[in-house]
Design a protein around this ligand. Structure first.
Ligand SMILES: Cc1cc2nc3c(=O)[nH]c(=O)nc-3n(C[C@H](O)[C@H](O)[C@H](O)COP(=O)(O)OP(=O)(O)OC[C@H]3O[C@@H](n4cnc5c(N)ncnc54)[C@H](O)[C@@H]3O)c2cc1C
Length: 411
């Protein structure tokens, strides 16, 4: 029997995260939007202490772990956390320590020894960050086929050279904490995608430097860095996956690495839906203060235009949330979720942009004013349609899977 009742543990997570969102995020949301590049240490330290008290980083690096009893819900829990903390403030959510995109790559592709070596730091005394660097100045969507950063083997080391841009939390991972960044580089430029592998570069490694921080439209509490690798030497074992298999120039090693996105795309979708829900709730509250209540029981034809708009937004929001939960449920069941991961990412990117834009429009000058967070959420929304694969790229992934086309047949 299908049950839509959320497990008790998910309910508890949701309540705890709501307390964090209300008390630690909303009060400083505007401040960190207006003070880009200032680090929200209070939030970071609080989250780190909470994660330690709860016995895990509460991040992707905890997911998939075998639970003592009952079905695993760790990916669903991550989605609930991402949604609720992004309801609080998406920029601050991106400043949550302990296992982000880099950790997800290690989790998806690393050997047990690598997982222990790279991820155990998240359980340490200090908050720690990680990042994942795929995008380069000449290409983002065309990655990884167009990777130009090179990794050349020299004895028991790899030597990395290249430049990565738009790396979320790159500064926190490499400069502010003793974290790491997963760098995607090619071991054979002539081999295309088959030559591309993820490598872990630790903070403090000579030859790896952060050269720039972006000034952005939204998610301004989150740092977005450029990283230059210049004869950067890392141990041979820092190639993710079994080194002997990983150094083979076949598509096999590459495909494993792409599993990272099956876990991270639904998280971006959940985060987008958190912004959308925050927006819709505030919109309804502001309308209610002005005497506009939504009469849910009425037939659509007898509703006002405003009521129809709100109801349509709720339909978009709730249906996309169900799709996102399905993608995470599949991950918890260790089933393939590539289609659902891309589908929910596409839908959520659309939904959050539509809802935040319409809310600004419907509230008129108040929507445009900095008095409310509506204009900020409108700015924060757009990134969800860009990172982790743009809407267009995720649509292509879905279409290829459904139609059974290769990337050469449909691009
Ligand atoms: C704030 C922020 C944080 C980011 N964080 C990270 C990070 O942590 N790590 C990382 O590696 N990258 C990160 N990125 C980079 C992001 O993933 C890329 O910007 C994104 O993949 C798009 O790549 P691009 O910028 O090169 O655009 P392009 O690939 O040049 O695309 C430009 C436009 O063309 C469209 N397009 C491209 N190809 C096709 C096609 N075949 N069919 C139809 N349309 C197409 C795209 O959808 C887009 O609309 C971040 C970006 C931002 C803005």
């Amino acid at each position: 029997m299908i049950s839509f009742k959320r497990p008790e543990k998910l309910e508890q997570s949701s309540v705890i995260m709501e307390t964090v969102a209300v008390n630690m995020m909303r009060p400083v949301s505007r401040y960190f939007d207006e003070h880009e590049h200032e680090i929200p240490w209070d939030y970071i330290q609080f989250m780190h202490a909470s994660q330690q008290a709860m016995g895990g980083s509460g991040s992707l690096t905890d997911s998939g772990a075998k639970k003592k009893e009952g079905p695993s819900i760790s990916f669903q829990r991550l989605a609930v956390t991402a949604e609720m903390l992004s309801w609080g403030d998406v920029g601050l959510w991106l400043c949550t320590p302990g296992g982000g995109l880099g950790g997800a790559a290690v989790n998806a592709t690393g050997t047990p020894e690598q997982k222990e070596r790279f991820l155990s730091r998240f359980r340490g005394d200090e908050p720690t960050f990680d990042a994942m660097a795929l995008t380069e100045p000449h290409a983002g969507s065309a990655m990884p086929a167009e990777v130009r950063t090179t990794a050349v083997r020299d004895g028991d080391e790899w030597v990395l050279n290249g430049e990565k841009i738009f790396v979320t939390a790159g500064h926190k991972a490499l400069i502010d904490t003793k974290g790491f960044v997963v760098i995607w580089a090619t071991i054979d430029p002539a081999a295309g995608r088959a030559g591309v592998r993820p490598f872990v570069v630790e903070a403090g490694t000579p030859g790896c430097s952060v050269t720039k921080l972006e000034h952005k439209l939204g998610i301004r509490a989150s740092d977005t860095a450029s990283i230059v690798l210049q004869d950067c030497r890392i141990p041979f074992e820092n190639i993710l996956g079994n080194p002997e298999v990983a150094k083979e120039k076949t598509e096999k090693g590459f495909k494993g690495a792409m599993a990272t996105f099956d876990a991270t795309r639904p998280l971006v979708a959940a985060s987008a839906l958190g912004i959308a829900r925050a927006t819709l709730e505030l919109l309804k509250e502001l309308l209610s203060e002005r005497g506009v209540e939504i009469r849910y029981g009425l037939p659509r034809s007898r509703m006002t235009n405003m009521e129809r708009e709100i109801v349509d937004m709720e339909v978009m929001l709730r249906s996309t949330w169900l799709l996102t939960l399905k993608a995470m449920w599949l991950a918890d069941e260790h089933k393939s979720n590539t289609i659902e991961a891309s589908m929910c990412k596409v839908k959520a990117g659309d939904v959050v942009v539509k809802i935040t834009q319409r809310a600004v429009e419907l509230m008129g000058p108040l929507g445009f004013s900095r008095e409310y967070l509506l204009e900020k959420w409108f700015r924060d929304a757009k990134i969800n349609d860009l990172y982790e694969g743009t809407g267009q790229i995720n649509r292509l992934i879905v279409a290829r899977r459904i139609l059974d086309y290769t990337r050469h047949e449909l691009s």
